[in-house]
Ligand binder design. Structure first.
Ligand SMILES: NC(=O)c1ccc[n+]([C@@H]2O[C@H](COP(=O)([O-])OP(=O)(O)OC[C@H]3O[C@@H](n4cnc5c(N)ncnc54)[C@H](OP(=O)(O)O)[C@@H]3O)[C@@H](O)[C@H]2O)c1
Length: 322
């Protein structure tokens, strides 16, 4: 495993981070038993992954808690989150402090390394910063969390308006953002700021549905051609990114996606979600490989560098082609 420093938190983290949400939710979304999900997390730990991301909303905190009982607490970096809205209403400071306590209980730990406000929409940002963050910073002083983070809502904020505000506020030490081969906006609008401010970055949506659900990439590309956002020649192919697959290049689309994200300047941890042991191993292997060939990276920049908001589906809302 390769390790890096998560911005000014100073935490040493694996460059591959296990995401316990998304479609797979370490197998909860794909039919694994609880013991198998716990075993998957333990296998990730055995392979050197020390960054585990979960959330109240994923329903996986208790399984992460069981998995980490097997290792010294300071050998693993636990990231979890609470939503800023409940039933359409903004959460109060009391609500989020209670949510933190509940997460600690489910995780079976006295502190979390990174506690995030989860999927914060631009309209909720001022409340998150001015009401919720101060309450959580008081919990930080008590040692309940080590670092405060914020995550964006890719599907509802494709232009990353929330993070573009948040990068100027000193309370956030870590940010989780959507970035992938066809959604590279963070290179212009987020990474220059996170790098300057020493904010740690966690990349999500690197594969998600667009690079894993059969037929979805071609369907998405045809839609972009129809909207005039990609050249017409892409409308004719069922395999628009297969130019990346060649000797010396990527071995699969997911291999390409993980390597592209991992080597993006400004990327600290690449989150990957899976319920399958074979995917766990393959994804770690990809994240640890060298960059894609420079010519392929250049082509991805040239073709897709200006796209925003592509492939940011919510879990379970995908129209896969057979
Ligand atoms: N706003 C937020 O805070 C937010 C939003 C989204 C995600 N996240 C975090 O980011 C993490 C990453 O999640 P993500 O949803 O963005 O997507 P992701 O991890 O990129 O999704 C991977 C998808 O591709 C499949 N897959 C994984 N490896 C594969 C491989 N080698 N070959 C083929 N298919 C493969 C997985 O299913 P299999 O089970 O079949 O492997 C899963 O459906 C989440 O777990 C969560 O921790 C946070």
């Amino acid at each position: 495993m390769d390790y890096t420093t998560l911005g000014r938190t100073g935490l040493r983290v694996s460059v591959a981070g296990l995401g316990c949400g998304g479609n797979s939710r370490i197998g909860r979304g794909t039919g694994l038993g609880e013991d198998e999900s716990v075993a998957l997390v333990r296998e990730a730990l055995d392979l050197g992954v020390n960054f585990i991301d979960t959330a109240e909303a994923y329903g996986t905190e208790d399984l992460v808690g069981r998995a980490i009982q097997a290792v010294p607490r300071d050998s693993v970096v636990i990231s979890t989150k609470c939503l800023t809205r409940h039933g359409g209403n903004l959460q109060s400071a009391t609500d989020v402090v209670r949510a933190l306590e509940d997460s600690l209980g489910r995780l079976g730990t006295e502190y979390v390394d990174v506690f995030h406000l989860h999927a914060v929409a631009p309209a909720a940002y001022a409340h998150a910063r001015d009401v919720l963050a101060p309450a959580l910073l008081r919990e930080k002083e008590k040692g309940k969390l080590r670092h405060l983070g914020i995550t964006e809502t890719g599907p509802h904020d494709p232009q990353q308006a929330m993070l573009q505000q948040a990068v100027h506020d000193p309370c956030w030490e870590v940010m989780m953002l959507a970035f992938h081969m066809m959604n590279q906006g963070a290179r212009r609008q987020v990474f220059p700021h996170t790098r300057r401010e020493g904010i740690g970055t966690l990349l999500m949506f690197v594969v998600r549905n667009i690079f894993s659900v059969p037929g979805l990439l071609a369907q998405t590309v045809k839609g972009l051609v129809a909207e005039g956002r990609l050249p017409a020649r892409f409308g004719d192919t069922e395999a628009p990114l297969d130019f990346l697959l060649h000797a010396g290049g990527a071995t699969s689309l997911t291999d390409a996606a993980y390597r592209f994200a991992r080597h993006e300047p400004g990327a600290d941890v690449v989150l990957f979600g899976t319920g399958k042991r074979a995917h766990l191993r393959a994804n770690i292997e990809s994240i640890l490989k060298p960059p894609l060939p420079a010519a392929d990276v250049r082509t991805l920049y040239d073709l897709f560098g200006d796209l925003q908001g592509v492939g940011l589906d919510l879990p379970g809302r995908v129209q896969a082609k057979a």
